[in-house]
Design a protein around this ligand. Sequence first.
Ligand code: NAD
Length: 456
Amino acid sequence: MIDTKLDEIQQIIKEQQTYFAAQKTKNISFRMEQLKKLKNGVKKHEQAIAEALALDLNKSELEAYSTEIGILYEEINFTLKRLRNWAKPKKVRTALTHTGSRGYVIQEPFGAVLIIAPWNYPFQLALSPLVGAIAAGNTAVIKPSELTPNVSALIKKILQEQYPASYIAAAEGGVATSQALLEQPFDYIFFTGSVPVGKVVMEAAAKHLTPVTLELGGKSPTIVDEHANIKLAAKRIVFGKFTNAGQTCIAPDYLLVQKKVKQELLDAMKDAINEFFGDKPLESSRYSKIVNDRHYSRLTRYLNDGEILFGGTRADETHRIAPTLLDQVDPDSPVMTEEIFGPIFPVMEYDTLDEAIEFVNSRPKPLALYLFTESKETEAEVTNLISFGGGCINDTLMHIATPYLPFGGVGESGMGSYHGKYSFETFSHAKSVLKQTTKFDFSFRYPSAKNGLKLV
Ligand code: NAD
């Protein structure tokens, strides 16, 4: 992979500013055309995308389709169906004090936007925000992750085939490229990645007062209470935790299980792991590898932070760590204080729901939270008393896959949201206009009014 040079970056942004200023992207038919081009470009290279994901992450074809390619098609189709309606100026009511006037809101594009993507869903997380950027009428530069070079190169190829760089471009490269991009006067920055880099992005954006969306990470708790359907909970937790070998921003990070049902749940989880990945997960083609050396050795250190209940085996040459359940963990140990982002699942137990809620609330606000229960009271307590980006009751991960729900973090897990209409709104400025009547006028508003207006 060749890092995009600073002068090339400067050239691209200049051209994109010119392109945007020509007002072409304001046309809704134009935007829809561009979304269709994106879909066609991806369709054309569908097989190559699956292969690149297999090379970079050992993703299975099924996972490549369901979590990267298919989800992108859905986002495009959903947007194409509704864009004309979203983009119409919306009339709003006016206050009594504004009698005679009318108000409306125009959703206008920001201009040239920058999208920075991570490596864990390297295809989808680069192009799904692009759907919103195009739909809202922006130009865009995408910086794919350097840790998944095959996918990065393919993203560049697809975009180059479909668009002039003066409209949409990929800037490949690592940290230096990312930082060079961040120095440019973009009109909006959409960043997906880690909390520390999120802070770097926000600081850089502040220099140009560029608004940002930060889609970050963190430790997403999974709470299982005594009223849960344990067998189903076990399957859905194992699915969410070990998809992409735990390298998912919204993967269940750790388990909080009510003591009474702990053993039953752990047994059911072991069965589910065996059922999904077989008894040799390190050799399974359905099981992802860890992305690189640094992450692999970081994860292997966590194995010492508790008692291995299940799994714990690994293959250094292929960067694989078996699905692992870790018991007797210290809440202050690294596995319980750092985002795990891998296939290691620490298990904590609790007696009362209050204890579990207090534990989660004593830590940074998570990106996701999962609760397994049949009790409406427990559901109400958890959803009302804990702040989190988004989540599921009786499932994991699935909230990310519906375009009807906003997806994003809160507190340390990020700011802003996207998907479906929320993407369109994220990449648009809501411009408000008040149209005043000229048919009559209230003289009391002016300084020359006889009795004036008393302000209380
Ligand atoms: P990262 O923050 O290391 O990198 C993300 C992007 O930022 C990459 O393109 C990288 O090149 C760039 N970058 C890295 N260091 C930089 C720096 N110092 N200055 C400027 N740019 C820099 O994240 P990652 O390791 O690629 O991804 C994993 C993290 O992303 C996890 O924390 C995960 O939770 C989070 N994540 C969040 C979401 C979400 O939707 N909220 C989705 C996926 C991943």
